[in-house]
Ligand binder design. Structure first.
Ligand code: MG
Length: 372
């Protein structure tokens, strides 16, 4: 296909309540939406690097400028037959995976429409539902967290993820394990610890967690390997793996036993799928993560989650969990499987995938640009 036009939007989506992690507090999620057009057909993509370069070195305003000034003009008018061709072309630009992901996911959704094939089938997905988990940021009290987890268990969730940082750590996890001993539980440290915290990690190791997500620095693989050797609990990398090369190095070093794959962080679906395949061959377990994307990005994550090596419930959230109103319409579909476990359901043939609602997009747009 030849790319005839690209529209890029920087949006700020207000949250129902602040999202608190080791990085700080967000009251809105800054995201990028890209509309790619070819032969009169449009596909949408999304990537959510957040407002400030705290989760990664990227941020929404910077990624917006990159697409408007460099990536968009480079792709415009180009014949792109495969997603690999798009990635090869963009590889001349270093890093900046979120900006690339916004274009990559738009290409995949456009290709899905052109071929009249659901995105999950185009990716090679083998499941028609994706089990999802429940996530909890840092809360005002342990009691409030226990109540929220109790509500999630009542709703059928079988795994929870707890944000974890200094001041909200061992005591919180011990209380959760005591109250819900059978619930699959893991913690996400967002890279806020060092090897000097080994005693704390050894204490955490005794709490029978599914995994410890990104305990050490975002750009480290070697110290994660050292920590993994000291612990029985699997380490999961998130921020620490943004490219296939890094993943291969992490596997060689023994830095992780789990990988959280977020299409936005790794440059889009093309790389996410390749990472899934590499992990499968190396016996590394995978799960789909997210950055509180709108329904556009969430539907991409659902399609990815239908691949066979995604064996741990995904971070994909039902409408109303974080936003009063989703930017996209129709909403991502959710349901329950036969065991009562909440699942997300991929868009199927003849269904329009979630795309930005024009009115809401206008209201939430910070800046927009047309490349064409
Ligand atoms: Mg994480």
């Amino acid at each position: 296909m030849r790319v005839d036009a690209i529209n890029v939007y920087h949006v700020a989506m207000p949250l129902l309540y602040p999202w608190r992690t080791a990085y700080g507090e967000d009251v809105a999620i800054d995201s990028l939406l890209v509309q790619m057009e070819s032969d009169g057909i449009c596909g949408w993509g999304e990537a959510t690097p957040f407002a400030r370069p705290e989760y990664s070195a990227e941020w929404a305003q910077g990624a917006f400028s990159l697409i408007r000034d460099y990536f968009g003009p480079y792709v415009l008018g180009t014949e792109i037959s495969t997603a690999a061709e798009l990635q090869t072309g963009l590889a001349r630009f270093k890093g900046n995976y979120f900006a690339k992901a916004a274009l990559d996911t738009a290409w995949w959704n456009l290709q899905s429409k052109r071929q009249n094939t659901p995105l999950y089938k185009l990716l090679g997905g083998t499941s028609n539902v994706v089990p999802i988990g429940a996530d909890f940021g840092i809360m005002d009290s342990i009691e409030a967290l226990l109540q929220a987890i109790s509500d999630a268990v009542e709703a059928g969730f079988t795994r929870v993820k707890l944000k974890f940082c200094r001041g909200w750590e061992l005591e919180v996890v011990r209380e959760v394990r005591r109250s819900f001993p059978c619930l699959r539980t893991h913690v996400d440290c967002n890279g806020s610890y060092t090897l000097e915290d080994i005693d704390m990690f050894r204490a955490l190791d005794s709490l029978d967690l599914e995994m410890i997500e990104q305990p050490l620095a975002y750009d480290d693989l070697v110290e994660h390997a050292k920590l993994q050797q000291s612990l029985l609990t699997p380490i999961c990398l998130d921020e620490g793996v943004v490219s296939v090369r890094q993943l291969k190095q992490a596997i060689e070093l023994g830095s992780c036993q789990y990988l959280n794959i977020k299409p936005g962080r790794v440059g889009g679906l093309t790389c996410a799928r390749e990472m899934h395949d590499i992990c499968k061959a190396a016996n590394i377990r995978c799960w789909v993560g997210g950055n509180l994307e709108s329904g556009v990005g969430a539907s991409v994550a659902v399609a990815l989650g239908t691949l066979e090596n995604f064996t741990y419930p995904a971070d994909i959230f039902p409408p109303g969990r974080f936003y009063q109103e989703d930017l996209a319409s129709p909403p991502v579909k959710f349901g329950k499987d036969d065991a009562g476990q909440p699942v997300a359901i991929p868009s199927d043939v003849c269904e329009c995938p979630p795309e930005p609602d024009g009115h809401r997009l206008g209201r939430l747009t910070v800046e927009k640009a047309h490349v064409g």
